[in-house]
Design a protein around this ligand. Structure first.
Ligand SMILES: [Zn+2]
Length: 144
């Protein structure tokens, strides 16, 4: 009954809403001002959206961290590798390389090379990987 009354009043007196304060979506305190205001201040708005995005941000942060770690491992092995730039796959494993995470794949005549940013590897025969460094996007090093 009370709810009906309120609805009735809203229709008859639209300005009723202007004087009615809404609870802030973040802290629950009354929000003053326009009725479409959802937060009492910018701090509450930011906090609300940060919390809403935190799961997504956390996931991305973890994946980015893994990709960057993979890249760092590849880069150090590339620089430290012998002239032919081949390593044993075990060297990546030993350093905690996460094979499931890579930024892109490039098809070559000898198979698919997987990259973490500009560093990557191409599996050769056995347990051997060719470490690759492809500093330019759209590189043509595999053409022909
Ligand atoms: Zn608030």
């Amino acid at each position: 009954m009370q709810e009906r009354m309120n609805r009735f009043r809203l229709v008859v007196h639209p300005f009723f809403m202007l004087s009615q304060s809404q609870p802030c979506k973040q802290c629950g305190r009354a929000v003053k001002g326009r009725t479409d205001k959802q937060f009492c201040n910018d701090g509450c708005r930011n906090q609300y959206h940060n919390q809403r995005n935190s799961c997504q941000n956390n996931y991305m942060r973890q994946v980015n961290h893994l990709l960057q770690k993979n890249r760092r491992i590849l880069a150090s092995l590339f620089l430290g590798a012998s002239r032919n730039k081949t390593i044993a796959q075990q060297q990546l494993t030993d350093q905690g390389y996460q094979f499931r995470y890579y930024t892109h794949e490039t098809k070559t005549q000898d198979g698919a090379a997987k990259f973490c940013y500009e560093y990557g590897y191409l599996p050769l025969d056995g347990d051997v990987l060719l470490i690759l460094h492809q500093p330019m996007l759209e590189s043509t090093i595999f053409a022909g």
